[in-house]
Each structure stands twice: as C-alpha cells, then as structure tokens.
Design a protein around this ligand. Structure first.
Ligand code: ADP
Length: 673
C-alpha cells in the first residue's frame, strides 16, 4: 500500500514538475515574445519621423496635474525638444517655465482617457508643436503616450504668408508713396510687436525718413535716428542687413552709436537695406526698447517687407509721375489752339481735345461716337480717303486742306497734319490729327482771288486796245520815222507785251481758283508744238542756245494753246534763271502710257527746300541771284494746274548753282478718246 502510495506521490510530483517546467517554458516563451515585441515597438518608435514619448502624469492630492515624468522616448525626441537624457526626469525639472496648459492637457487625458490632437507653442523650448496624445495602460498608472512634431518653421512660414498677404492687400489699396510708408511701418511694427519702425529712402547717400512710426507711449523723435548712426548708414550703404540683439553689449556698435541707441531706446534693432542695381535705394528699420533675440523668421519678415515696400513706393512714384505728365499733356493738348484728335484706322474718333470739339460745335462725348469721315465735306472725301490709305499702307504722314461740316451744318476749312501711330511691330494702328481752322485765311484768299479776277478782267480790255494801237503805230513807221520814235515805240510794244502776259497770268490764276480753267482737248503732235515754241523762245535771247531734237512720239491729248503756254513759261524761266546764257535742252521721251517733256537749263538752280514750294501761287525764291530777275511767282503755279487738268504730272529736279530740269508728263492719246 505504502509502495503504492509512494509511487502515486512520485507520479504526481513527476507530473507537477512537468507542469512546472511547462509553465516555466511558457513563461520563458512569453518573455521572449514580450522582449521581441518590445524590440519591435522600440524599432517602430525609433523609426518614426515624429518624436514619441510616454509620460506618467503626476497629480497632487486634489488630482491636479503638477508635473509629468518621462518613461520612454524615441530617438527623434531629443532633436525635436532639445532635451537630453529625459528618462526618469520630470518636465518641471527640465524646463521650470514650461506652460501650465501642457500639464493640464496631459492630466485631463490621463484622467478621462480621451485622446487629443492640438497645436501649441512651447515658449520655454522655443518650439511650436503639433501633438497627438492618448492614454495607455492601466488608468491607475496615469500614463500618456505623446506623438509630436516641431512645426515652428511651418508656423513661421504660415505667419509670414498671412502677413505678406495683409501687406499686399494694404499696398494694393494705396497709391501715395508716403501713405504706403506709413501703412507698412505700422503693419510691420504690429506684426513684430516692435516699438519703432521706419522706412527710409536713400537719396545722395542720405537716409531720408518720410514716415516715423512709434508705439504711442514712446517719445516721437522728429529726427531720423537710423540715419544718425554712422554704423547703420554704413551698413545700409554697404547693402548689408544690420541686426542688434542688445545695444548695451553689441560689439559691432561704436560708442557714439551705442549711446544714440540707448538715448533713442532702440536697444534691439534690425535694419534691412534695399539694394537695386548694386546701389542702396532704401531701408526698413525695426527697433525695440528692450534686448531681443531676433530669429531668422523675423529678419526674413523685415527683408520681405523692405523689398515689397520699395517696389510699391517706386510704383506709386512712377504712377504719380505718369499722372503728372498725363495732366501736363492733357492741359497742353486742351489749351492748344489746334484741334487734336486720335482716330483708329477705320476713322472712329478715339480722342479729341476741347478745341476740336468747339471748332465743330460738338461736345467731346458726341465726337467720340462719330467717325471722322462723317465730318468731311462730301467733295473732299475721296481726296482724303486716298491720302489716308497711303498713310495706313506706307505709314507716311501727310498734310491736307479740306472742309469739315459743323454740327449746325456750317462749313469749316481746316489744314490737317495727319501722322501715323505705330504698334510694337511697326504696323500703323491709329493716327493723330492736328487740325487748324483756316476758314478765315480761305475767306481772305477768296477775296483776293475775287479782286485779282475783277482787276485783271477790267485791265484786259484797255490793255488789248493799247497793244493794238502799239502794233498800228509800229506798222506806220518807215524809214522817215525819227529813230528815237522807232526806239520808243519798239520799247513800248515790248513792255505792253509783258503787261499783257502779266494780266493774262492773273486772269488765269483767278480762273483756276474759281474752277473755270477749261481745256479744248484734241490730239496734239508734240514735236510740232515744241518746234514752234522753241523757235519763238530762241528769238527772245541771243545769249542762250535752245537745242531740241525731234523724237518718234505718239500723239497726246491736249489743249494746244494751254500746252504752248506751259512750254513758253518753262523756256522763258530757263532763260531768265540762267542769266549768263548757255545751253537749254528740250528733251522728249515716250514711256508706257505717257510722254515726258523735259526742259533743262544750266543756270542758278533751286535750293532743295524751295523745290516743292515754287509751284505755289506767288512763291518766288528769295536769293541774291534771283533778285534781279523780274516775275510775280505765278508761272509755275499755272503750268502745274494746266498739266494736272490734262491728267498729267509736273515736277522739277534741280541742283543749286548747277541748273534745273523741269518736266511734265502727258497721257498718250488713244483712239477711243
Ligand atoms: P516767276 O518766274 O514769275 O517768279 P514762276 O512761278 O515761273 O514765277 O517761278 C517761281 C520761282 O521758281 C521763281 O521765282 C524762281 O525762283 C524759281 N524758278 C523757276 N524756274 C526756274 C529755273 N529754271 N531755274 C531756277 N529757278 C527757277
């Protein structure tokens, strides 16, 4: 039995031992598992980019959170907090200034088990954290796990962005340079919680402060502290930022500057120069009455502000200058006695000055709804259209005399100078018109023409009779006539011929201006016509030799008498204006649709500037060489009118002191005509 009992005991011991061993194995296994888990967790925590720690919140007897102890931290912890060896130590021990709200928050999490995500500044650590905290383990242990990240840099950027946005909004609403400086300095001062802020402009090496923003409780110094500090002005001139944390101890300050800083209560300061094209142009200064460890973000903020202020101030100044010049320009344009307008290529009026509107009896706004072509007198429209088309295609300016119709239906004669306005690619995009009222001048001209017309008409009849009597007298003379009488009658008749020519010139002029110059057109053989007139011309001079060689020429369609008048006039000019004598060449050439006749002399020639004007009525070149030559300046005017009436063209090529070539071109006669 005993044996039996022993064996039972042994067996049960055996089995208990086995159980124990198994239990021991299980425990070991669990320890190993736990260890592995711990290692894995640690690896996990350490691999986190964010900092992680587990704390135990310490409460007083009334369950008020007093402090917390670090139980566990990951490898990023130190970098994100600046705290070394925190394990086992409490936060109050490490940073006694740490804000109470941190303890309150973690205390609440430990007591309630709620998890929390928040962002908060930790002034004592100089950080700004984004935190996620939650309770772990047994609530009795008051343990909180914290996952956190320093977001000071992001916060700084966000704050800077928000500030810059405010700054931009402020700048956008202002257009006055001084107002901009005032607004900016106020904004920057508030943003940095500083005590003074100045913006200065650098002119001729001097810092000029136009706005002087100081906190209200500080004495307002009317002078400019920064520009008084040689060291600061030197920094600005060198284009370097100048930062002082504490003027009492700053080694970069010389004694005078230090005393000035203390006197002006500018104990810490940042001065940022704005450098453009290598030269300091402006500067922004911020100062505090107390020492201050400016951080990079604050310096950056002042830099950005300075740069933007400079741009805004420059823009405001440029805008102001533009407004001023526009104002000047507008008043010049409106005070001008000439009408000034701008038209687009289709003729719509884009701008008009007061003078032009009052000249036509419209208001400025009425004119802006009109097309300039609507204002042109019907008969002048085609001439105007041709000239304007040339301006658009070739970009050439032109001058034109034409009639405009007033709002009340009346007519105004104007002399217009039209110039093209080019776009960036050099294409004509619009035109400016300077318009002068010449109605009075035109009226005087009309009166003059009328007088010339009446006078020459009245003179024509008696002079024709005198000419006839002179010719009769000459016919009555014979060998018995006293030589003195022959001489006087011959001279008288020559002068009468001159007078007749003169009166006919005047008569022609008034006919032309009255539109009464009529032509008897017929096919004309130019060789015959020229031959005859050359012969007559040659009879009037012994000093000149007129050379004319006939060419094979087609007929032209012309008025023989008028054309003869032109040839006579050109030949007599060639003789008159080559007083020393010499050759005169009469040339002809047939080109495509027309024949060109040229009369070449080697006389005094015509100055370049006068070459177009000599075709104007009564224009004569006033030079010593022409003084002795008689004339009234009507011949070429009449010639050109006659040729143009033939649908031809007349011109001159001349070199002073070498001679002139006058030419005219006439269209060839075609049978169908
Ligand atoms: P007039 O000869 O009566 O003055 P014209 O109309 O015929 O008037 O000529 C105008 C002006 O042109 C002249 O005054 C003269 O100065 C200039 N002129 C005309 N023909 C010639 C010429 N062949 N050579 C030089 N100058 C000329």
């Amino acid at each position: 039995m005993e044996n039996n009992d022993d064996s039972v005991l042994a067996a049960s011991l055996e089995s208990s031992l086995l159980d124990l061993r198994r239990a021991e194995e299980t425990i070991k296994y669990q320890h190993r598992q736990l260890y592995r888990m711990e290692v894995r967790y640690n690896e996990l925590f350490n691999s986190l980019g964010d900092a992680f720690c587990v704390i135990e919140v310490l409460f007083d007897n009334d369950d008020h959170p007093m402090d917390y102890r670090f139980l566990k931290v990951n490898s990023v912890f130190e970098e994100q907090t600046g705290i070394k060896d925190p394990l086992g130590r409490t936060m109050r021990e490490i940073a006694p200034e740490h804000e109470q709200h941190w303890f309150d928050t973690y205390g609440r999490i430990a007591l309630t088990g709620e998890s929390l995500r928040f962002e908060h500044r930790a002034e004592a650590l100089g950080r700004f954290y984004d935190v996620y905290a939650f309770r772990i383990g047994d609530p009795k242990d008051a343990q909180v796990a914290i996952l956190f990240k320093d977001i000071a840099e992001r916060k700084r950027r966000e704050e800077l962005q928000a500030y810059l946005l405010r700054l931009s909004d402020t700048l956008r609403s202002l257009s006055d340079a001084v107002q901009i400086q005032e607004a900016v300095t106020q904004l920057a001062m508030d943003q940095l919680a500083a005590d003074r802020c100045y913006y200065c402009e650098i002119e001729n090496g001097n810092a000029i402060i136009r706005s002087n923003t100081v906190r209200s409780n500080l004495p307002l110094s009317s002078n400019a502290p920064f520009s008084n500090f040689t060291i600061v002005t030197n920094a600005i001139n060198a284009g370097q930022p100048f930062v002082v944390y504490d003027a009492h101890t700053e080694p970069a300050l010389d004694e005078v500057s230090r005393q000035a800083c203390i006197q002006f209560q500018a104990i810490s300061l940042i001065v940022i120069p704005v450098v453009k094209e290598g030269k300091p142009r402006g500067g922004l200064g911020v100062a505090c009455c107390a020492p201050r460890k400016w951080d990079a973000g604050e310096i950056e903020l002042v830099k950005e502000t300075a740069e933007r202020t400079w741009i805004a101030v420059e823009q405001a100044k440029a805008g102001e200058a533009l407004r001023e010049s526009e104002e000047n320009y507008r008043s010049i344009v409106n005070q001008s006695i000439a009408g000034i307008l701008k038209v687009c290529l289709s003729g719509n009026i884009m701008f008009t000055n007061d003078q032009f509107s009052s000249m036509l009896g419209y208001s400025g706004s009425e004119l802006l709804k009109l097309n300039v072509n609507d204002l042109i007198y019907a008969e002048d429209q085609e001439r105007n259209r041709l000239a304007f088309t040339a301006l658009v295609s070739a970009g050439t300016a032109y001058e034109i005399e034409k009639r405009l119709v007033r709002k009340d239906g009346g007519m105004v004669w104007v002399n217009n100078h039209i110039s093209p306005i080019f776009d960036k690619r050099g294409k004509v995009e619009a035109a400016t018109i300077v318009s002068i009222d010449i109605s009075r001048q035109k009226e005087l001209e009309r009166q003059k023409d009328e007088f010339i017309g009446i006078a020459s008409h009245e003179l024509k009849t008696p002079i024709t009779s005198i000419k006839a009597y002179g010719e009769i007298l000459a016919g009555l003379m014979d060998k018995s006539t006293a030589p003195i009488i022959v001489q006087l009658v011959t001279k008288m008749n020559a002068q009468v011929i001159r007078l007749v020519k003169l009166i006919y010139s005047l008569l022609n002029t008034s006919r032309i201006s009255g539109g009464q110059l009529t032509l008897q057109l017929e096919p004309v053989d130019l060789n015959a016509l020229l031959g005859e007139h050359v012969l007559q011309g040659q009879l009037t001079t012994s000093k000149h030799h007129i050379a004319f060689v006939e060419q094979q020429l087609p007929l032209v369609f012309a008025d023989t008498e008028r054309l003869g008048q032109v040839v006579d006039n050109l030949l007599s000019n060639a003789i008159k204006y080559a007083p020393k004598g010499g050759d005169i060449l009469v040339r002809t050439e047939s080109r495509d649709d027309y024949v060109r006749v040229s009369i070449v002399d080697f006389g005094m020639g015509i100055p370049k500037a006068a070459q177009e004007k000599i075709f104007d009525r009564f224009y004569r070149v006033k030079e010593a060489s022409t003084e002795a030559v008689s004339g009234i300046g009507l011949g070429l005017y009449i010639c050109r009118e006659i040729i143009e009436k033939h649908q031809g063209r007349m011109g001159v090529e001349s070199v002073q002191d070498e001679g002139s070539t006058f030419y005219f071109e006439l269209p060839i006669y075609r049978i169908s005509e």
